[in-house]
Design a protein around this ligand. Structure first.
Ligand code: DON
Length: 310
């Protein structure tokens, strides 16, 4: 990686963003379809920026663990792509869906092949394939996140996973429908357990910004070994840009201008390839499941610094 000026100069930008966010009234609502997340105060906020060498800067609650939820779909995609390569794309597409993250409508008329790996259906396919190859998808993911973040304390929140299992009818429907097309290998209850544990991982903005670093380093892990080829890292970033925030991906690209991936825990990770990764957390969501303050903060960051892909 070529040497670049430090991002330390951007600490004041982070502080300015946090002050602006603090003054912003509307913050959305915490996800209530997963009861264990519903009690979170939408006004909480944290943001971290991480350089390719692992130096992290932050503001607000940037060391506070939260439920990573769909942010984890970036990492399972990368882990599976690293293992099986392009064969994955026979089982999941890479086009924006234009539909909500948990929608069923496209799956039947597209023969059980989900539009992309970031909507729930596509993430279930990726986790299924990772589970088949490794024998323990969620553990493989957790080990990866611990290694990349340097935080051995990262763990599943089994209360959140149990809460989702009880309210998991839509994910079960997606998995069963895809299984009927032969696009799921493992028994659906096994897959759902892996997927809900995956989503329940608690991690902070600092942890997730660090763990996303391989996408800013063109595929290199924190220890310098290669996870993805340069080409695959570019591809994952591209799919994040076009599909990472679901039916808001166009608006996210318009406002933020970075590859990004959101989760209903209120986290969003974003990548400036070659330069840095970001993670922002605020639990209040808009109607498409993306953090209101999180998108606003990233919008301000790329506007104030000029660090965007556009
Ligand atoms: O499967 C679900 O519905 C959740 N575990 C994750 C959804 C999610 O985070 C969507 N992101 N905005």
């Amino acid at each position: 990686m070529e040497s670049m000026p430090s991002l330390k100069a951007f600490q004041h930008v982070l502080e300015r963003i946090a002050e602006e966010i603090e003054r912003t009234p509307g913050r959305g609502r915490a996800a209530d379809y997963i009861p264990a997340l519903a009690a979170l105060d939408p006004r909480r906020f944290g943001m971290a920026v991480c350089e390719p060498d692992g130096t992290v800067y932050g503001v607000g609650e940037w060391r506070q663990p939260f439920s990573a939820q769909s942010v984890t779909k970036v990492f399972t995609l990368a882990l599976d792509l690293a293992g099986e390569g392009d064969a994955l794309w026979e089982h999941v597409g890479r086009e924006p869906s234009g539909n909500p993250f948990n929608s069923l409508v496209q799956l039947e008329y597209e023969n059980g092949i989900p539009r992309n790996p970031f909507i729930n259906a596509g993430a279930l396919v990726v986790t299924d394939r990772l589970h088949t190859r490794t024998g323990h998808a969620a553990e493989t993911l957790l080990e990866f996140l611990r290694a990349e973040s340097g935080n051995p304390a990262l763990a599943f929140d089994l209360d959140v996973a149990a809460s989702e299992t009880v309210h998991g009818d839509r994910n079960a429907a997606l998995a069963h429908l895809m299984a009927s097309y032969g696009n799921i290998d493992n028994p659906v209850p096994v897959l759902l357990e892996e997927y809900f544990r995956q989503c329940s991982i608690e991690a902070s903005c600092a942890d997730l910004a660090l763990a996303t670093g391989f996408l800013a380093r063109h595929g290199l892990r924190a220890d310098g070994t290669r996870l993805l080829t340069r080409s695959q890292a570019k591809q994952v970033n591209a799919v994040m840009l076009t599909c990472g925030t679901y039916d808001a991906a166009g608006d996210f690209a318009y406002r933020v201008g970075l590859p990004g991936k959101s989760g209903v825990g209120g986290g969003i990770v974003a990548v400036v390839p070659g330069r840095c990764t970001l993670c922002v957390w605020s639990p209040g969501l808009d109607e498409r499941g993306n953090s209101v303050a999180g998108v606003a903060a990233l919008d301000r960051f790329t506007t104030l610094t000029g660090l965007s892909v556009f």
